[in-house]
Every structure is written in structure tokens, then in C-alpha cells.
Design a protein around this ligand. Structure first.
Ligand code: FE
Length: 392
């Protein structure tokens, strides 16, 4: 079928203290999921519970969701949800607590469903028979507060379950600017470049459409204008970045991604390279690689023109776009290669064949504008290791 779908949350609440929305929300029992204890010590969780109380809602908390949330954590969350019987699930944090809460939600709604079934793309049953879902992000990059994705890891087998289904797109996303004021500089850089990669990959995706294009293009403009300023402590720019990453999220939740993410997923798991940094290292060469596809080449040209870069033809504009990404990367104090990041060459060479083969098989490769072989993928990894431009 040719029909396409575009799904985003019904409501976004944004601005300073947007979290106050919780004082007006409808419901009776709220189950709050978070990771870091900092949210508790900073008083954010207490404030949320106060607002919910004003709305006449009883609440309980589930804390300690780890980075790369596990099947075990999800099962424990489901057990506690079954006891408490919430009609509202509220997840707050960076990517992990929101991803974990999405998965808990699935098995709270459908106790007999399995992780294996959930990991099949777009295979989830209808949700919202028991609870609605509110997501509040405290970082500016993953955009899981608006996406249809969640990744859960089985710590015993090492298997990662990537869940993708519009049924787990949150009902409400809250973008409270005050929650990102204290983000550490390195996190601003990594998450910001992740967001830029989301927008750029969504814009050239094979399933991009006018809805995802509008969001991605505006996001790119805002990120180019604000990310480095935000990194350097400009709080107005920090607020703009919190919105920009969200636009990118609504775009890629529907347009999916491309090979920079395929590469980042594998090097994240195998070499432990932080996700946003990996994307920042891979992005320039993936743009060069994809620009040999005629459609992608003209789309990159549109982007370069929109952000005011100079060039007399497509090739010059694509080069200007690549240079712009590299310039931002270095202004953000990020490594420009895997070598510079500190990955040992022997370790890298012993893993690269495996990473290349599995990156080609990653779901994000299927929406990349240019087809890629595992030999080409390997060449992209090696160029990223050495910090060189590819020549094909
Ligand atoms: Fe990402």
C-alpha cells in the first residue's frame, strides 16, 4: 500500500515551568518513572507530585532506571504498575527512563505480550485501555518524549530489543526549559549533534514527506543557529535547542533515519562510543556518501542554501554543508575521529568487519537514500577512525 502515516503527540506543553501543566491534568492515579536521584534532590519530583495533588491525582514513583534500561527494570516497573493501577504514566529524564516507561506501559496494558513480539516493527496492539502517557525530557537530543521508539536491553543475553510503533508515541510531551539549564557542557554537545543528525537524516530519508520535511528543515536552522551558543552557556539558545531537538524528533519518528545512526548503534554497543559523539563523527562522510544519490544531493543543497552557506553548484554547497558540520563539531570541543576519541587501533580493526556487516543490517539503513554494501560501510568506519574524508 502507498498510504503513509504521520503521528505525533496530541499536545506539547513548552516554555519555562511548562511542568505546571501537571496541576491541570485529568486522571486519578499517576505512576512517575525517573532515573537519576538528582531529579529528586533538586525537588523536581516533589514539585511534580505537588502539582498532581492540586489536580486531585494520587501519585507514586519508580526510580533508578539505568542507562540502557533493562528487561529486569521494565518487569519490575510493570509489577509495581499492576499493584498501583495508574491511569497516567509520567516519565521524566533523558532517553532511558522514558524508553523504560514506554515498555512498562506496553506490558501493563498487555500482560501476555512478549518482548520478542514487541520488537517486531509496528506490531503492537492498541494501547490506552488502562493509561495515558506523559513524557518530560531533561536533555535536548534523543527526543524520545515525542517518538514512537524505545530500546530495551536484556542484560543476561545482551540482546537489544528495539521497539518501534506509533502506539507508544506519548500522548503529551512537556518541554520545560528550566529542566535543561543545568545540562553539563559535554551533554549539550553530544545530544545537540545527535539532534542535528536526526534532522539531516530525516530530511533525506526515503520515506520523508512534507510533514517531516517542514519539521526537519526548521530544526536544522535552529540547531545551526543555537547549538554552539547553548554550549557556551547562552540560556536563550539552550531553550531554542530544547524545542529544535523536539522538532527533529517528530520528524525522524515518522521519516526514520539513515546510515550515520546505523553506524552509531553498532559502535555504541561494540566500542562504547557515546551516541551523539558517534553521530557527529560519522555525519560528514555519510553526507558525502549520500550526496552521490541525485535526490539526496539536491536535498542537501536545499539545506545548505537555507542555512545561508555559499556555493556555485551542488557539489560546492554539499561541501559547504559538510564543512559546517565539522566546524560545529570542533567548536563543541568534540573529537573529530574515533582515533582522537581514544579507540585503540588494534581493537578497532578487530571489530570493524563485524560492525560493518551489522550496520548494513540495522533498521536505519533501510531508509537511507543511497544503498550501501558492507565493504563501503567498512570504508566509512575506517575513514571515521582516521578522521579522513571518503572519496567514493
Ligand atoms: Fe540518535
Amino acid at each position: 500500500i502507498d498510504m503513509q502515516r504521520f503521528t505525533i503527540p496530541r499536545d506539547l506543553y513548552f516554555g519555562d515551568n511548562a511542568i505546571e501543566y501537571l496541576a491541570t491534568v485529568k486522571g486519578t492515579k499517576a505512576f512517575i518513572v525517573y532515573g537519576s536521584n538528582r531529579l529528586k534532590s533538586d525537588g523536581v519530583i516533589g514539585k511534580m507530585q505537588d502539582y498532581l495533588k492540586q489536580a486531585g491525582i494520587e501519585s507514586t514513583t519508580f526510580s533508578g532506571v539505568e542507562h540502557d534500561p533493562s528487561v529486569t527494570t521494565v518487569r519490575e516497573g510493570v509489577r509495581q504498575m499492576n499493584e498501583f493501577q495508574p491511569d497516567l504514566i509520567i516519565a521524566i529524564g533523558g532517553g532511558s527512563p522514558i524508553d523504560a516507561a514506554k515498555a512498562m506501559w506496553i506490558f501493563y496494558e498487555h500482560p501476555d505480550f512478549t518482548f520478542e513480539e514487541a520488537a517486531k516493527p509496528f506490531n503492537l496492539p492498541e494501547m490506552r485501555n488502562k493509561a495515558h502517557f506523559i513524557a518530560i525530557s531533561t536533555t535536548s537530543g534523543t527526543a524520545t518524549e515525542v517518538t514512537s521508539f524505545s530500546v530495551i536491553t536484556d542484560n543476561e543475553t545482551g540482546i537489544k530489543y528495539p521497539i518501534a510503533d506509533y502506539n507508544i508515541t506519548p500522548d503529551v510531551a512537556i518541554l520545560d526549559a528550566t529542566l535543561v539549564e543545568k545540562m553539563p557542557q559535554k551533554l549539550v554537545a553530544n545530544t545537540g549533534m545527535d539532534a542535528l543528525t536526526h534532522a539531516l537524516e530525516a530530511y533525506v530519508s526515503t520515506v520523508a514527506n512534507p510533514f517531516t520535511d517542514a519539521l526537519a528543515m526548521r530544526s536544522i536552522e535552529m540547531i545551526v543557529k543555537n547549538l554552539v551558543k547553548s554550549y557556551n552557556g547562552d540560556m536563550e539558545a539552550r531553550k531554542q535547542m530544547h524545542l529544535a531537538q523536539n522538532l527533529a524528533g517528530m520528524s525522524f519518528s515518522n521519516a526514520i533515519l539513515g546510515i550515520a545512526h546505523s553506524m552509531a548503534h553498532k559502535s555504541g554497543a561494540i566500542l562504547d562510543v557515546p551516541h551523539g559523539l558517534a553521530n557527529a563523527i560519522y555525519l560528514p562522510n555519510t553526507v558525502l556518501f549520500n550526496s552521490k544519490n541525485a535526490v539526496a544531493g539536491s536535498r542537501y543543497t536545499e539545506i545548505a542554501q537555507r542555512i545561508g552557506l555559499n556555493g556555485n553548484n551542488e557539489q560546492e554547497l554539499v561541501t559547504a554543508l559538510v564543512d559546517q558540520i565539522k566546524k560545529m563539531r570542533s567548536e563543541l570541543g568534540m573529537a573529530g575521529s574515533l582515533k582522537e576519541f581514544g579507540i585503540d587501533e588494534e581493537v578497532f580493526m578487530s571489530k570493524v568487519d563485524n560492525m560493518a556487516v551489522t550496520a548494513v543490517a540495522d533498521p536505519c539503513t533501510s531508509t537511507n537514500p543511497r544503498e550501501i554494501t558492507s565493504e563501503e560501510m567498512k570504508a566509512l568506519y575506517i575513514a571515521a577512525y582516521n578522521g579522513e574524508d571518503i572519496a567514493f
